[in-house]
Design a protein around this ligand. Structure first.
Ligand code: TYM
Length: 338
């Protein structure tokens, strides 16, 4: 079993990233550690090569990579037990992505909904990088022979593409080089929605900061965002199934359930017959208590550039060693002599 996942170091980590992905990374790290007693089973990285599809100033990008590393450690990723690195320090990602461009089909990439969402109406003006972004993502996963990839629902299609690329490459060149990865997407936290609109996922690109809870928000800001979150006038039902047609209510109950490790049914059972006037303060309290220690650790870590760079360099060394045999195998299968 090999766990691998990545996150773009653009802007703040928000509650959607945390509940949808990072919390599961930490759980898997902790479980794997017990199961294998080995420090190299989980690979987590900052997708800085992917981040070039969003325009950023040089200094901002440098800062974002360090801050996202600090944020992941604050959330519980332990660089001594997991391999934590940034893609740019492991050239094999870019190299394998190029090799896989010979296998990926334009028709497959044309079906990627994230490209359509991100490119919007101005498709001709989108960068080539944005279009081939999923091929780099496939390289990220296949390089390490990852078996389990913990992500939010929005990454599912990219992982299906990764499997298609792996199967076609293995078949076309008659090799068993790439392992087929499984996405790991727990149902309750697969898609955390924004606080202002229960039909749009929580995202760092939403122009309204009130739509998301950032891991850097202080206690008052969190409480205020929950108080102002869109909800409805109805009471909470006995069972979560009766929340159908109430997307905002369903989202808030889902967030509470995930944070307290209960089912949405159990949360409904607890608050049945009460309105959001009672539920929101309870939700705000759980959020504040969960996020405060993470924020405090983050603040303590984020400005130590030398320490953050040093651990990313060390992580990249380990990652390079694991990635190399797969990259060599891909060159060899293609008949590219070096
Ligand atoms: P990114 O940086 O957009 O998001 C990081 C992780 O957070 C999850 N996520 C969510 N989960 C639930 N609800 C939400 N509202 C929400 N918003 C974000 C994402 O699903 C993701 O798991 N392309 C990837 C990064 C990447 C990657 C990879 C992931 C690059 N290579 C290889 C896995 C394997 C991305 O942009 O995630």
């Amino acid at each position: 079993m090999r766990v691998l996942s990545g996150i773009q170091p653009t802007g703040n980590l928000h509650l959607g990233n945390y509940l949808g992905a990072i919390r599961n990374w930490v759980k898997m790290q902790d479980e794997m550690d017990v199961a294998t007693d080995s420090g190299s089973a989980c690979f987590f990285f900052l997708a800085d090569l992917h981040s070039i599809t969003v325009h950023e100033e040089r200094d901002t990008r440098i800062r974002n990579v360090r801050e996202m590393a600090a944020a992941l450690i604050a959330c519980g990723i332990d660089p001594d037990r997991s391999v934590l690195f940034n893609q740019a320090r492991v050239p094999a990602h870019a190299e394998l992505a190029w090799l896989l461009n010979g296998t990926a089909r334009i028709g497959w990439l044309n079906r990627m909904t994230q490209f359509k969402d991100k490119a919007g109406k101005n498709r001709e003006g989108a960068s080539v990088g944005l279009f081939v972004y999923p091929v780099l993502q496939a390289a990220d996963v296949l390089l390490y022979q990852a078996t389990h990839v913990p992500v939010g629902e929005d990454q599912k299609q990219h992982l299906e593409l990764t499997r298609d690329i792996a199967v076609k490459f293995n078949t076309d060149f008659g090799v068993e080089l790439f392992t087929l990865p499984e996405p790991y997407i727990p149902k309750e936290s697969a898609r955390i929605m924004g606080l202002r609109d229960g039909s749009a996922k929580m995202s760092k690109s939403d122009p309204s900061d009130m739509s998301r809870i950032n891991l850097t928000d202080d206690d008052d800001t969190i409480t205020q965002k929950v108080r102002k979150a869109k909800s409805d006038q109805e009471m909470l039902p006995e069972q979560a199934a009766d929340l159908a047609g109430r997307p905002e209510a369903l989202n808030l109950v889902g967030i509470y359930a995930t944070l307290t490790e209960q089912t949405p049914d159990a949360v409904c059972g607890q608050f049945a017959g009460q309105g959001f006037g009672a539920f929101k303060p309870a939700l705000a309290e759980v959020l504040v208590e969960t996020l405060r220690p993470i924020r405090e650790r983050f603040i303590a870590l984020k400005d130590d550039d030398a320490a953050l760079d040093a651990l990313l360099v060390k992580g990249a060394q380990k990652a390079r060693a694991v990635a190399q045999p797969t990259l060599d195998g891909a060159y060899a299968a293609l008949g590219l002599l070096r």
